[in-house]
Ligand binder design. Structure first.
Ligand code: ATP
Length: 301
């Protein structure tokens, strides 16, 4: 019998995030390119009677440690869906290296990690496709967090198509002090759009983004990175403009707000450039810290 299972689940950035009109169900129609990067939370699952979670690591105190934790919700959703022979329990441990509410989908990563460890711990043998259905019920980013790598996401982001990337891309993540609420950023975008009252086009991922990724052409990719949520994130957190400017002055190929922010992601030429950029940003006084990462990152075990 398996007694302990570990999953390492990566953070994501959005290389392109096109936000379409609000749908009747209240969600926005999205077209995005998810890109997993080498900043990992580690989720451990051990056999136990009930479902519980403990948190550690640099951001362990920032996430909820009770029933609202997305990893706990994921374990419970899997138990409901899979109906294993005996009532399943798990003691989850999360080592949080991914900052909370930072636009890096750390909660989604933990939910995906919990699905992976419980599937194994409870001997469920659910296929990737069935796990993805449970994942989509938990949040728009959870299905991608189950796969890692790079993928185009449509719908709410839950419909995925893997994207081939011809080699490693080097990035710097600049963390902000404090958090940004994803629903609040979307609301701000809606307000900005209402003020303009211009029609919102259907969201799409241009083919040249996919071509630049296949060719690992960082300079071409730099000109194509785009985030429709950036304006709203900057309106809510104007100091992020200073971070983006600092990255630009330090020679980043490009910089953008990651997802709903407040983390900013910068594209570098290579690993040495990324290391120099990370230390320059960390010393710039415009962010709370900066790390060099590589994408596309696979899931780890
Ligand atoms: P996204 O980009 O997917 O919206 P995010 O990176 O901006 O996500 P998360 O770190 O996923 O934000 O946190 C979003 C909310 O989820 C926070 O309010 C947090 O309290 C809650 N939450 C629940 N479980 C977790 C978890 N395991 N880790 C982080 N946040 C969690």
């Amino acid at each position: 019998m398996v007694l302990q299972v570990i999953a390492r689940v990566p953070a994501k950035i959005n290389l392109l995030l096109a936000v379409g009109p609000v749908r009747p169900d209240g969600f926005h129609e999205l077209a995005t390119v998810f890109h997993a990067v080498s900043l990992y939370d580690e989720v451990t699952g051990s056999s136990d009677d009930g479902v519980s979670v403990t948190l550690g690591g640099p951001y362990g105190t920032r996430a909820p440690d009770g029933d609202e934790n997305l990893a706990v919700l994921a374990a419970r959703a899997l138990a409901r869906r899979a109906r294993p022979a005996r009532p399943p329990g798990v003691r989850l441990g999360i080592h949080k290296e991914i900052p909370v509410a930072s636009g890096l989908a750390g909660g989604s990563a933990d939910a995906a990690g919990a699905l992976l460890v419980c599937n194994q711990l409870w001997g469920l043998r659910l296929s990737d496709a069935r796990l993805a259905i449970v994942a989509a019920s938990l949040g728009s980013d959870v299905p991608f967090s189950l796969t890692g790598g790079t993928a185009v996401g449509t719908g709410r982001g839950e419909r995925l198509r893997p994207v081939p990337v011809g080699g490693p891309l080097h990035w710097v993540l600049a963390f902000a002090d404090g958090e940004l609420s994803t629903p609040q950023v979307y609301r701000r975008l809606d307000e900005l759009r209402a003020e303009r009252s211009a029609p919102v086009p259907p969201p799409a991922v241009p083919d040249d983004v996919l071509a630049a990724l296949a060719a690992v052409d960082a300079p071409a990719l730099a000109g194509l990175l785009h985030n429709d949520l950036q304006e709203a994130a900057l309106a809510l957190r104007p100091s992020l403009s200073d971070t983006l400017r600092a990255g630009d002055e330090l020679g980043a190929l490009a910089g953008l707000v990651s997802g709903s922010g407040p983390t900013c992601a910068f594209l570098a030429r290579d690993d040495a450039h990324a290391a120099a950029l990370a230390s320059g940003l960390a010393e710039s006084g415009t962010c709370a810290g900066a790390v060099a990462v590589v994408g596309p990152a696979p899931l780890g075990t």
